[in-house]
Each structure stands twice: as C-alpha cells, then as structure tokens.
Design a binder for this molecule. Structure first.
Ligand SMILES: O=c1[nH]c(=O)c2[nH]c(=O)[nH]c2[nH]1
Length: 308
C-alpha cells in the first residue's frame, strides 16, 4: 500500500479586519482555508509529526498576517500566506489558500434616496450585502503561482429578451417553445489569471474583480438570448475580450425556471403580455456549465470547481 494525494491545514478561518480612516471604517470579512502538502509520508505511516506544522499554527498565521500586513485584497492576502508556508517550512512543497469574501455596504440613515444624492452614510455601520460571495484560490509550489478567482450566488434575471425554441423533440418532449420568457440564474463563476510569478506584473486584484463582474453582468443584460448556453458564452467571451489578465472563465449556471401559471380554470388569461404571473420553480433546474478560453490557452479550472 502507498499513500496517495494528501493535504492538511485549518479550514474556514473567519477573519474580520477593521481599518480606521478617521471616523470612516473599512471592513474586510474573509473565510480563509489553508491546505498544505509536501513530505508528509511519515505522519501517515508512523505518526511522526517531525514535518508537521500544526493546523493550529496555520490558523494563527492567518490572524497574525491580517494584523501585521493587512488585507489589501483576498488575492494579495492569499499570495502572502502561500508564499510564507512554502518558503518558511522545508517539508512543505505546496500551499493552496482558498478564500471567500463577504461584502458589507454602509448603512445610509437619512431618507431612502440618500445613497444616490451622496447624503450621510454612517461611517461605521454596515449591512451585509445579500449578493454574491467573492472567492479566490491561490496555489504556490515554490516557483509557479496559480490564481483562480470568482464568485458564487450572484442572482440575475432578465424579464424579457429571452427565447427558447428550435430544440430537438422526441416522444418525451412536452416543453412548449418560448418566444418571450424569463431568464434567471444564480451565477457561479471562476476565472484563471495568467499571472504566474512576476511581482511587477501582478494584476490590481480589486479593480480586476470589479471589472470582470461588470462585464459579466453587462453581457447578461445586453445579450438577446436564444438559450442560457448562448448567454453563458457571451458572458465569458466579454471577459476574455476586455480583461487581458484572464485566460479562462468557467461558469455553472442553474436555469431558474419561471413557468407561466395556468389561470384558465379561474377564467383568467395569463400570457407574457403585461401583468403575467409566474411560478418560480426551485427544482429541478437545468444546469448549464462551460468554460470559455482565450485562443491557444489550456483549460485548467477543474470541471467541478464552480460548485464549491
Ligand atoms: O436556455 C435553455 N437551454 C436549455 O438547454 C434548455 N432546456 C430546457 O428544457 N430549457 C432550456 N433553456
């Protein structure tokens, strides 16, 4: 018998850092998971802990680094941690840092429109954004870096400009062709940066995230969709076209079906004209998944990664 792939570390370190800029506070709220691998045969075979940096220490390092070096971005923080584990401990050959980031929005306390007219925002009160979770994974083996960032649970809907027809029909097909339907999904996406080692050429992680997210949303909104597959491809290709730091994007898009309710039994006509009523089904759902790649680049984002 031999030992196969193995890794260890502390998972889900919830670290919150508050930075004070006078009365204005800033929050970084992360969930950091560390996975280390290297010369770990002996701890498995004989129980010798000689090569084992305790998972407890990896947890402490996460919190200490947040204090000592700050959290400029999830990516930057992950890179710093990965480098530390691989370069400070001889037996550790690879570090994988996964980070989820939760965002907070300032609470506006004057009238409902205050956010739009720049009126008072409480400088130290926040409401957790119910929107997406930002994610990143940094892997370092002592020479090469791999940075894959992304998001999950970003729920989007187009209330028109979506059709679905012309599909294969066999004896089990009952689906009616749709010429004006709702298109809704909960986006899970991962994108791989082509940055591998040159510190000078490191992307601006925060700006990159905002821009990738923007292109993704604009493509979703602006595509007149004949299928969710087509929309997915547009979202990915818009990112590849506009963001030179990204070589590969992978999506997992559940088709959140909205079915027109049959109201005929109540003598009510219900079609897509004004005032239509839909049943939002939660399952089963179509699941549309694909990778969009820059020409000449290799697909490296694992197929099931977007479901993490
Ligand atoms: O956008 C869609 N793609 C499909 O492959 C599909 N299949 C289905 O039943 N409805 C849809 N919608």
């Amino acid at each position: 018998m031999i030992l196969g792939q193995n890794q260890y570390g502390k998972a889900e370190n919830r670290v919150v850092k508050i930075t004070r800029d006078g009365a204005t506070h800033h929050i970084k709220d992360l969930n950091v998971s560390v996975a280390l691998s290297g010369d770990m045969e002996e701890v498995h075979y004989s129980g010798s802990n000689a090569n084992v940096l305790p998972t407890d220490t990896t947890k402490n390092t996460v919190f200490a680094f947040a204090k000592e070096y700050g959290i400029e971005s999830a990516e930057q923080f992950g890179i710093h941690l990965a480098r530390h584990f691989v370069t400070s401990q001889e037996p550790i050959h690879q570090a994988r840092i996964r980070i989820e980031e939760y965002s907070w929005e300032r609470i506006a306390t004057s009238d409902a429109n205050s956010r739009f007219i720049g009126a008072d925002e409480v400088k130290h009160s926040f409401v957790r954004q119910g929107q997406e979770t930002r994610v990143t994974q940094i892997t370092y083996d002592g020479t090469q870096w791999e940075v894959i960032s992304g998001l999950k649970d970003l729920v989007v809907m187009n209330s028109t400009n979506s059709e679905f027809w012309g599909y294969v029909k066999d004896k089990y097909t009952t689906l009616q062709e749709a010429y004006d339907r709702i298109l809704a999904t909960q986006v899970a996406a991962r994108w791989r940066f082509n940055w591998t080692d040159d510190e000078q050429k490191m992307p601006h992680w925060e700006k990159s995230y905002e821009q990738v997210r923007k292109h993704m949303l604009h493509a979703f909104a602006e595509t007149y969709s004949l299928s969710l597959q087509q929309t997915l491809y547009q979202m990915g290709s818009r990112i590849i076209t506009h963001r030179s730091e990204v070589d590969e994007v992978r999506f997992s898009l559940p088709n959140k079906h909205h079915f027109l309710v049959d109201l005929e039994p109540f003598g009510l006509k219900n079609d897509t004209a004004d005032g239509a009523v839909y049943f939002a089904a939660d399952r089963p759902y179509g699941l549309i998944e694909a990778t969009v790649l820059r020409d000449g680049c290799e697909a490296r984002i694992p197929v099931d990664m977007t479901n993490l």
